[in-house]
Design a binder for this molecule. Structure first.
Ligand code: PEP
Ligand code: MG
Length: 538
């Protein structure tokens, strides 16, 4: 048995097998081969194996998540039968190159071809061509699969996971996360919390291929990761896991109850989501609404911008699922750690202090306008509030409001049904907190993003695991900024919530109520825990 220590970012116990998730960690070299016929046979055998994997993935996905999600594996399997693609790869081999290089070349050429097409659907296939080529190359190089291709759910072990990678994972297949890098406020951690899965970051484990498939335990209470646990240890973990599950079940009795203290003070408890399906978890957790829909997740893990129509359908679906409860959708916060190739963003020295979120929207208005059009059309289907991230000035808010007015007028003149929406901003920069008295006069609500507010106030990179020790989320400077923001919001007569991870910190629940926070928006998995904390207060 091997024992590793890490930082727990989500409590709980996961027991299962390791799935070693490795990125595109291979080199493609253009070696010449002496026997092209043998090389072609290797290629065809690898293509066959790739198709078998895809069939298995398709069947698994059909069973677990339904046809909509499964279809992609069928498309990939069909692409692998495309004669032009196979001929192109075979042609490279005939010119004397090795199969890996041949597939890489054919994949790149075809992906470029698709990416240049006018039709949006066809452009989207460029990513699929890259995916299938990488699958075949991994087989040729005898590397583990990147998809979670297993009948039973697994514990995902990785160096690190970017938001783009996490959105592509089949979440029904994951029991828990363990990463070598990452920090408590990284988006992997946020995702783990939203999925209610035990997760550890900063686990110092060498990622040897032999780990793949080994039994393991993730102990998110103690921050321990056990590989091939001994029988005694395993039985102890099973007992603790059962206790954890029983504790979760006990929280269920809080469903349908009000978020009110014994002396009658109440607060709204909403949920944070990253996609349409998360709204189901929010409903199941009895959240009072959605306090933060991170809309940028709709932009990640794909090759082209989501169209107005696509976005409209997603926002509408969430509003309908929430059946009249408030849904706060944040306009896209791309940039910093949330990178998307098709935005064509230049590399930056300090991405967290760089070109991100509203800065992109106000610079590349066409992207912003598409999203706002989708939002206002969706507003006709429920109770929508729109909020803008990374605000630092009143001028930004004034410009946003001008664009919003223009978008609404255009939609009306086109005869499209539009709805109303509250307009709010995130307070997640010290600048916004300090001038929150002025900002409060411009908007309908504030939502305090404590993840970024912490990093910018303390000058502590939220991604940097080495700084965890000084990342004090109860730092007096941060708490003063929060208190000041709440006071300024109320003086201007607007409501104020907290949508950063600090909202779920029950050590602060009493204080949040005391200073008058109106709403806490937390991971769906934390809604009932926070409700319990509120109800336990005098
Ligand atoms: C925050 O910064 O607190 C926040 C909620 O936004 P994100 O974590 O997505 O940056
Ligand atoms: Mg933020």
């Amino acid at each position: 048995m091997e024992r590793y220590i890490g930082k727990s970012v989500m409590k709980g116990i996961a027991i299962g097998r390791i799935f070693l998730y490795k990125k595109r960690d291979y080199q493609v070299t253009d070696q010449k081969v002496s026997d092209p016929a043998a090389e072609k046979e290797c290629l065809l055998a690898a293509v066959e194996r790739a198709k078998e994997q895809l069939t298995r993935l398709y069947e698994d996905a059909m069973r677990n998540v339904g046809e909509d999600h499964a279809a992609i594996f069928d498309i990939h399997r069909m692409l692998l039968e495309d004669e032009d693609y196979l001929d192109a790869a075979a042609g490279e081999i005939e010119s004397g190159f090795n199969a890996v290089y041949a597939v890489d070349r054919a994949g790149t050429q075809f992906a470029e071809l698709f990416a240049a097409m006018d039709d949006e659907y066809m452009r989207g296939r460029a990513a699929d061509i890259r995916d299938i080529s990488q699958r075949v190359i991994r087989i040729l190089l005898d590397l583990p699969e990147e998809d979670i291709c297993s009948d039973e759910p697994v514990v995902l072990l990785a160096e690190d996971l970017t938001p783009s990678e996490t959105v592509k994972l089949d979440k029904s297949k994951i029991l828990g996360f363990v990463t070598v890098k990452g920090s408590a406020n990284s988006h992997t951690a946020i995702l783990a919390r939203s999925m209610n899965l035990p997760a550890l970051v900063g686990v110092d484990i060498p990622l040897a291929d032999e780990l793949h498939g080994k039994s393991c335990v993730v102990d998110g209470f103690e921050g321990v990761f056990l590989v091939e646990p001994e029988d005694g240890e395993l039985s102890r973990m099973v007992v603790r896991k059962n206790q954890w599950v029983a504790d979760l079940e006990a929280l269920e009795k809080l469903k349908g109850q009000d978020n009110v203290t014994k002396s009658g003070k109440r607060i709204d408890i909403f949920a944070n989501i990253g996609n349409v399906e998360d709204a189901d978890a929010a409903c199941a957790a009895d959240a009072g609404g959605i306090g933060l829909f991170r809309s940028e997740f709709l932009y990640l893990g794909r090759d082209t911008f989501p169209s107005e129509e696509e976005q409209y359908e997603s926002y509408k679906a969430v509003l309908e699922k929430m059946e009249g409860k408030k849904v706060v959708i944040r306009t896209m916060d791309i940039g910093a750690d949330k990178k998307v190739d098709y935005f064509g963003l230049e590399p930056e020295e300090n991405p967290a202090l760089g070109y991100r979120a509203i800065r992109i929207c106000l610079d590349r208005e066409e992207i912003f306008i598409t999203q706002l059009r989708a939002l206002y059309r969706a507003a006709a289907h429920g109770k929508l509030a729109i909020m803008f991230p990374m605000i630092i000035s009143v001028e930004e808010v004034e410009r946003i409001k001008q664009i919003v007015d223009m978008v609404r007028k255009d939609l009306v003149s086109e005869g499209k049904p539009v709805g109303d929406a509250e307009l709010g901003i995130m307070i997640e920069t010290p600048a916004a907190a300090v001038i929150s008295d002025k900002l409060a006069k411009e908007v309908d609500f504030f939502s305090i993003g404590t993840n970024d507010l912490t990093q910018y106030t303390l000058a502590v990179d939220r991604q940097n695991q080495k700084l965890e020790g000084i990342c004090d989320t109860h730092h007096e400077a941060l708490l003063r900024l929060i208190e000041m923001t709440v006071k300024n919001a109320h003086e201007a007569g607007i409501w104020v919530g907290i949508c950063g991870e600090l909202g779920a910190d029950t050590a602060l629940t009493e204080w949040f109520l005391k200073i008058g926070v109106d709403e806490l928006s937390v991971a769906a998995s934390a809604v009932l825990k926070v409700r319990g904390a509120v109800r336990a207060l005098p």
